[in-house]
Design a binder for this molecule. Structure first.
Ligand code: ADP
Ligand code: MG
Length: 396
């Protein structure tokens, strides 16, 4: 169901509470923001609201302070970075509720921006406590959720607060829902999904959900090992989850039944230990030596995947093809990223923290139609689940 967005509410002169996802990595020593992608992603919503004369109250969580004030998880540095990006001051508070915050919120002028302190300094946030949600709502007249990355959590600032104010989607939220929603409901075909990453246990539901929607399913990374093992290949010391062998067989049988092209690696890079400087070689999937482990997909596999992707109109990719943290085992993911980036006439959607990191590191993120800012939230959406932070918003 489509949701109302910020263009459908009057905000001039009003106090608008905007839930953003500023859960960004900080440098341990200095507390400086290491990656401001998530902050930048909220600028369109903030700038739109300021132009319309709204008074902005931004709220976010950062890390896991477990309901206690934790100075190293203060949002003050994030506020400084936001001020630099906006080119205008950002006010901050030492808390996210109480008289000081009420005062700060009510004295805002149109176009001014106030960033509240970390919402999770109060345990009531994650408990979705109604009083806490009401206290947040009492600061504003309109609620905007632009925190797609937190939308899979039913917390006070993502779900509870929406009960007490007109609640609409921000521009980032809207964009995420449009791309991922389309991939779930009305994709242009042929439609391919590429699934990789480490643990099958965290991705099996996504894979099964996508299997019902796609024409082609390309499986790589650690995920593939369980499938290869289920097919009877020796995977040596590779990461594989024996508890999922049967489900992997069911997926392969279902793919056959649905005539979905399911591809597994045909060649792989194996290593004699799990280390950046391990001894490594490329082997056919039939020849993985005992005692060795699969660390990346091989060249031939990337070529076969590239061929399958040719002509596809929608491509969803989640999870790297190998152990990208070690440079020598990142080639498969890097090459595949290039292939997907070069697809002509295709809507290309990337989800997942590590997958996004791969293309950002390569400097090619802008060549994909959409790189999702929500790791867990994107996965839950692709699983076909309803996100509480989205469900709480007004229907369009
Ligand atoms: P995303 O964050 O994009 O959703 P995941 O968190 O599922 O992706 O997976 C990323 C992790 O998968 C990386 O840390 C990478 O090292 C790991 N990985 C990929 N291939 C393998 C493999 N063959 N063996 C072990 N780990 C792997
Ligand atoms: Mg991850």
């Amino acid at each position: 169901m489509a949701k109302k967005n910020i263009e459908s509410v009057a905000v001039a002169g009003k106090r608008v509470l905007v839930r953003v996802d500023y859960n960004v990595p900080l440098e341990p020593e200095s507390g400086n923001v290491l990656d401001d992608t998530r902050i930048k992603a909220t600028l369109p919503t903030i700038e739109y609201l300021r132009e319309k004369g709204a008074k902005l109250i931004l709220a976010s969580h950062l890390g896991r302070p477990k309901g206690k004030r934790e100075p190293s998880l203060s949002l003050s540095r994030v506020g400084e970075r936001l001020a630099e990006l906006l080119g205008s001051p950002v006010k901050t508070t030492s808390c996210c509720c109480g008289p000081e915050v009420q005062e700060a919120a009510h004295s805002l002028e149109p176009g001014e921006v106030l960033l509240l302190e970390n919402l999770r300094f109060h345990a009531e946030e994650e408990e979705n406590d109604p009083e806490y949600a009401k206290a947040l709502a009492s600061l504003a007249q309109v609620y905007v959720n632009d925190a797609f990355g937190a939308a899979h959590r039913a917390h006070a600032s993502t779900e509870g607060v929406a009960r007490y104010l007109p609640a609409v989607a921000g521009l980032l939220m809207e964009r995420e829902l449009a791309f991922l929603g389309r991939a779930m409901v009305d994709p242009e075909r042929p439609y391919a999904a590429i699934i990789g990453g480490a643990k099958i246990s965290t991705k099996m539901a996504v894979l099964e959900s996508l299997l019902e929607r796609v024409d082609k399913l390309l499986i790589g990374g650690g995920m593939a090992n369980t499938f290869l093992k289920a097919e009877g290949f020796n995977v040596g010391e590779s990461l594989a989850e024996d508890g999922f062998l049967e489900r992997a067989r069911q997926v392969m049988a279902r793919a056959k039944e649905k005539r979905v092209l399911l591809l597994l690696p045909t060649d792989v890079i194996v290593a004699d230990e799990f280390a950046a400087d391990a001894q490594a070689k490329r082997v056919s999937i039939k020849d993985v030596p005992d005692g060795w482990r699969i660390m990346d997909v091989g060249e031939m596999t990337v070529n076969v995947f590239a061929k399958a992707l040719e002509g596809c109109k929608t491509v969803v990719w989640n999870g790297p093809m190998g152990v990208i943290e070690f440079g020598s085992f990142a080639h498969g993911s890097h090459r595949l990223a290039g292939v997907v980036a070069n697809l002509k006439g295709a809507t290309t959607i990337l989800g997942g923290g590590e997958t996004a990191a791969v293309v950002e590191e390569l400097g090619i993120a802008s060549r994909f139609s959409h790189v999702s800012t929500g790791g867990g939230a994107a996965l839950e959406l692709l699983e076909g689940r309803e996100l509480p932070g989205v469900a709480a918003l007004a229907d369009a």
